[in-house]
Write a protein that binds this ligand. Structure first.
Ligand SMILES: Cc1cc2nc3c(=O)[nH]c(=O)nc-3n(C[C@H](O)[C@H](O)[C@H](O)COP(=O)(O)O)c2cc1C
Length: 198
């Protein structure tokens, strides 16, 4: 049985390489990943979010729980992440269940954000139609006034999800499309490892 930590350690090694080797000016969002969710009828949707933390428990991003992705995950927690770093010719696919992060974890991350981003989290009714041009700026001004001179608290509907993986695939480009694919499938306290045809 492959130990629980192995694919996380492998992810950490690749992510360290990504951060060391991809120049920020060409590749500013090296922590960007696609997040696929599905609604209650199984209809999928997909968007980019930023990986903000990871360890042997899973992969964390932050968002508005009332957004489309947030409300979908609260009904159907099964989801998929995908990273692609073209200069390194690597792809990592992660499938699992999204769990809410703890309030204290979300508070700590929210407190580390720039004040403008904290205010933006209050002002944006993420994924909802905007009735009038300028509504976002008006809401932003309201929250700037409301929190003037005090620290901005985390909005109650803004928090993190931790994607707890059941499957992680490491893909590496090879010539003539003979790519390497290694899949870790969760099996009890460890992982079953397989190589797939490209
Ligand atoms: C590079 C990049 C990073 C993003 N990071 C986040 C993020 O961490 N959290 C988030 O809620 N939206 C993020 N977004 C915006 C989402 O892609 C999406 O537009 C938004 O969350 C609304 O999605 P939804 O309506 O499907 O919920 C990011 C977009 C881009 C292009």
């Amino acid at each position: 049985m492959t130990p629980l930590s192995e694919p996380f350690a492998r992810f950490a090694e690749i992510f360290a390489r990504v951060n060391a080797e991809l120049p920020r000016e060409c590749f500013p969002d090296a922590n960007a990943m696609s997040l696929a969710t599905a609604d209650a009828h199984g209809r999928p949707s997909n968007r980019i979010v930023l990986l903000k933390a990871f360890d042997d428990r899973g992969f964390v991003f932050y968002t508005n729980y009332d957004s489309r992705k947030g409300s979908e995950l609260l009904v159907n927690p099964y989801c998929a992440l995908c990273f692609h770093w073209p200069p390194l010719e690597l792809q990592i696919r992660i499938e699992g269940r999204a769990e809410r992060t703890s309030d204290s974890e979300a508070d700590a991350y929210f407190a580390s954000r720039a004040r403008a981003s904290q205010l933006g989290a209050w002002a944006s009714i993420q994924s909802r139609p905007m009735e009038h041009a300028g509504d976002l700026e008006r809401r932003l001004a309201e929250f700037e006034a409301r929190f003037e001179g005090v620290s901005v608290p985390r909005p109650p509907n803004w928090s993190g999800f931790r994607v707890v993986p059941a499957r992680i695939e490491f893909w590496r480009n090879r010539s003539s499309r003979l790519h390497d694919r290694t899949v870790y499938e969760r099996d009890g306290d460890g992982w079953r490892v397989e190589t797939l045809y490209p």
